[in-house]
Design a protein around this ligand. Sequence first.
Ligand code: ZN
Length: 325
Amino acid sequence: MDAPVTLESPDCLVCGGRTFRTVLRDVRDLVWRKPGTFTLQQCDGCGLVVTRPRPATDVLGFYYENAYSGEAQDGMRRFQTESGLMRLINRYRLAVVQRVRKLGGEDRLLDVGCSYGGFLRVAREGTGCVTAGIDFDAGSIERAVDKAVTEYRTGALVDADYAPGSFTVITFFESLEHHPDPVAALVRARELLAPGGLCVVEVPNWGGFWRRVFGRTWLPLLVPQHLVHFTPATLRQAFEKAGFRRMERQQTMFFPLEGVASLGLWLGRLLRMPPPGSKPSWRTPFDVSVGLGLLALYFAFEIPSQALLRLVGAAGHQIAVARRD
Ligand SMILES: [Zn+2]
């Protein structure tokens, strides 16, 4: 399996700057194990960190094949819609939104990058709001949950013909960093929001503690699927560039799937560098014992460490809520 060769190096996606400095080299896809070695660069003008050069839009599909859907679909669907971990994370997301404004039956919520609809289910059951979802990945939408009550579409937000002003809340959970032009996606979200509507973005936090410790084996890096790596400051700049002038809330986020999982990737890279294109394997007694050790560490360490990092504002994920004027 050869890596597609179509790469592009666009100007800065937030400020339009043309000069960058390299901040991380030799970054590989350690999760889905797609081939290719990537570099992360930081804009001299605004500080935005991006995967650069990056796969061109027309070959991005290659990096998603059998990853977010396809072969991994059944397990991933169960994880996203039924696992205790994802239900916990989705309830946390909803709680952050509701700290800004309580949602109810009159709210119309669009989740961009909705995958199988796990968050939409939690939001609808928790508040009675009307739900819609859109995702680039046809495999996820095909098998999305609650199709009788949630309107789903496949494709990119910028191309979708929703009526302007037709939503009161638009959410991007771990999805804005996948958009080739995140500012254009936020501009489109702003057009689709009714006046006073909320735009909610959750992305990894490049400024977080574990990213500094683990570097290229930091789990939320997910290169090359992640094209942009926001800090709280650059995320705020992206919102401002898209015309959102009021930030209602911005915080780092409790997300208990970071430190121990990054340690697992680091160990995997240290002990046995997987050849590019190979599938993850947990079949040998060695793999199983390392896995069990990590699982024990997870229960002892991950939740308290995430709570602590959240308190000091250095967790590896962040969530921001902006209001349309
Ligand atoms: Zn810039």
